[in-house]
Design a protein. Structure first.
Length: 229
């Protein structure tokens, strides 16, 4: 039985290039979407930081009242150990929010690259970068055109909301460990030393090791689409 010839396959239509005005409108819509998301993230950062500081202040007042009523007895230790861990997770969320903000800046750099491809003569008027490699991203990230080495400095890192909350969390860790050590030993040298060492160890982990590993992992895994030549 003779087979019928296969029907010819039609070639897929080649999409037409969108008009320039449409492309600019699409890029602008995406740009404003990223800006709105960044605004939401920063509002969350400020709100969470304010809630943490308010909760911590209220906890300190409550602990002082309980300490005065119980004369620093066992009831005071139990109450302090229950209240002090409140808000420790705030630092984790703030670090995640800052990482999300960095990725949004990467997206804005890519959109800026598209703007400059459309109108390259405007590049001298931009103080932020049009490339999406990490040094260029940090140049745009609150850097106002400065190089990466001037943006990622100890002062700028330690003055961020996430770092301040992390430092306060490390102090809370030291106080909690000191209270636990005081419950088994009345020697001030022992429980004070234990609290200081625990707070210092927590600071090394929360402010040093964890951010360093997150940054190095991002630098190792991230592949820029428009690196600076």
């Amino acid at each position: 039985m003779q087979e019928s010839p296969a029907a010819p396959v039609e070639a897929a239509p080649v999409p037409e290039t969108a008009p320039l005005a449409v492309r600019v409108q699409i890029l602008s819509t995406e740009h404003w979407g990223l800006l709105a998301t960044r605004s939401m993230i920063w509002n969350e950062i400020f709100t969470r930081t304010g809630m943490f500081l308010t909760t911590l202040s209220a906890a300190a007042v409550a602990i002082a009242l309980v300490a005065q009523a119980s004369e620093f007895g066992d009831d005071f230790r139990v109450f302090a150990l229950l209240v002090l861990p409140v808000g420790v997770g705030t630092a984790i969320r703030l670090n995640d929010a800052l990482q999300e903000d960095v990725f949004l800046v990467m997206g804005m750099n890519r959109l800026r690259r598209a703007y400059l491809d459309i109108a390259p003569e405007l590049e001298p008027h931009f103080i932020t970068s049009g490339f999406d490699d990490l040094p260029s991203v940090f140049q745009s990230y609150n850097g106002y055109g400065r190089p990466m080495s001037m943006n990622v400095t100890p002062g700028r890192v330690l003055s961020s909301s996430a770092a301040i909350v992390s430092v306060l969390d490390c102090v809370l860790v030291g106080i909690i460990v000191a209270l636990l050590a005081n419950s088994s030993s009345d020697s001030a040298v022992i429980y004070v030393t234990a609290g200081v060492l625990a707070g210092a160890a927590a600071a090394v982990v929360a402010i040093g090791i964890v951010p360093y590993r997150a940054i190095t992992r991002a630098m190792r895994e991230y592949q820029p689409r428009f690196p600076k030549p």
